[in-house]
Design a protein around this ligand. Structure first.
Ligand code: 3HC
Length: 310
């Protein structure tokens, strides 16, 4: 309940924050991409949501509509007509395309939220760099890859950076604005202003593994998995401990299931490869086993806990 109170306050104040960016293209229609499209549209931006799959786009539009409805219920609880207008106008600002090149041509800002694969990102950003107007800023929502490495393929290195959102995007208030080695001050300022305009509290971070949140959160989740793997406490008790003893909204194992065990493993493996001596990044046999069995958390119906299949 508290989270949406915060949304309501943030949403109403964000409309007054000015950003020169008015047209945003979001690439990737998954959970993160659709969340980014939603918060942008509800803040008045013209959004183009891109995915190679029309089915994914249809699903994204449906979930954005439902989530806008949740926001409207809170923000316009005394004025349902205004709420309906808010939902239809916000949805009306989102168009969908399957071609990223066409979508880049009208963008002031492109936010990429596709699969965490460097080669796939390189291929995409090369195309975007060639197609986008000169002033367009290109940004990645990567959770663990290097912004400098992703941006190494673009010519406009001064207009490249990281914009890292959190799941669920409409609820989580933070945006990490990541400065690459060659990100210009003008680009950084524009990204900060845009983040504020879409209702987020922005923090600044250098291009360091996991930025701030995941650099702290992923080792914390991994330590919880190791604790459970050693048999020191049950999954339920580990989660209760951190919720009631530290005031976290979810316990670490619930959060691991929520983020996806494959995502946790992907991040950990990538960091272990880069920093083999860092004990916090060592592989975890139990995590590897669960992923190999297809137990990926909420999305697959089972991880540390069992869930109803969506
Ligand atoms: N989209 C939109 N709204 C959502 C939502 C979603 N996906 N999930 C929940 N909400 C809304 C609910 O509708 C509810 O609003 P209501 O009061 O109007 O019903 C409100 O948020 C609170 O949700 P619930 O009452 O269902 O449940 P909780 O109070 O337990 O909140 C939670 C759910 C917001 C997910 C909360 O448990 C939480 O904050 N968990 C921690 C999440 C977190 O740590 N995220 C970061 C993950 S790391 C990451 O994203 C980085 C990436 O790089 C891996």
């Amino acid at each position: 309940m508290m989270q949406f109170g915060l949304i309501a306050r943030k949403f109403s104040s964000s409309a007054s924050v000015q950003s020169a960016i008015k047209n945003v293209t979001v690439i990737g229609g998954g959970l993160m991409g659709s969340g980014i499209a939603q918060v942008s549209a509800q803040a008045g931006q013209n959004v183009t949501l891109v995915d190679v799959s029309p089915d994914v786009l249809a699903k994204a539009q449906k979930s954005i509509g439902a989530n806008l409805g949740r926001v409207a219920k809170k923000v316009y609880k005394d004025n349902p007509q205004e709420g309906e207008k808010f939902v239809s106008e916000s949805l009306g600002r989102i168009k969908t395309l399957t071609d990223p090149v066409a979508a880049a041509k009208t963008a002031d800002l492109v936010v990429e939220a596709i699969v965490e694969n460097m080669d796939v990102k390189h291929k995409l950003f090369k195309q975007l760099d060639e197609a986008a107007p000169q002033h367009t800023i290109l940004a990645s929502n990567t959770s663990s890859l290097s912004i400098n490495e992703i941006g190494s393929v673009v010519k406009r290195k001064d207009r490249f950076g990281g914009l890292h959102f959190f799941n669920p995007v409409p609820v989580m208030r933070l945006l990490e604005v990541v400065k690459g080695a060659e990100t210009s001050e003008a680009t950084y300022n524009a990204m900060m202003a845009w983040g504020k305009a879409v209702g987020k509290t922005c923090i600044t971070c250098k291009d360091t593994p996991g930025f701030v949140v995941n650099r702290l959160l992923v080792p914390y989740i991994c330590e919880a998995i190791r604790l459970y793997e050693r048999g020191d406490a049950s999954a339920r008790d580990i989660d209760i401990a951190m919720k009631l003893g530290a005031g976290y909204p979810m316990g670490p194992l619930e959060l691991a299931d929520y983020v996806g065990l494959d995502t946790n493993k992907f991040i950990l493996d990538g960091w272990h490869k880069k920093y083999p001596d860092q004990v916090l990044f060592k592989p975890i046999p139990l995590l590897n086993k669960l992923v190999s069995e297809g137990k990926l958390g909420v999305k697959s119906g089972e991880g540390f806990y069992k869930y109803e299949k969506k």
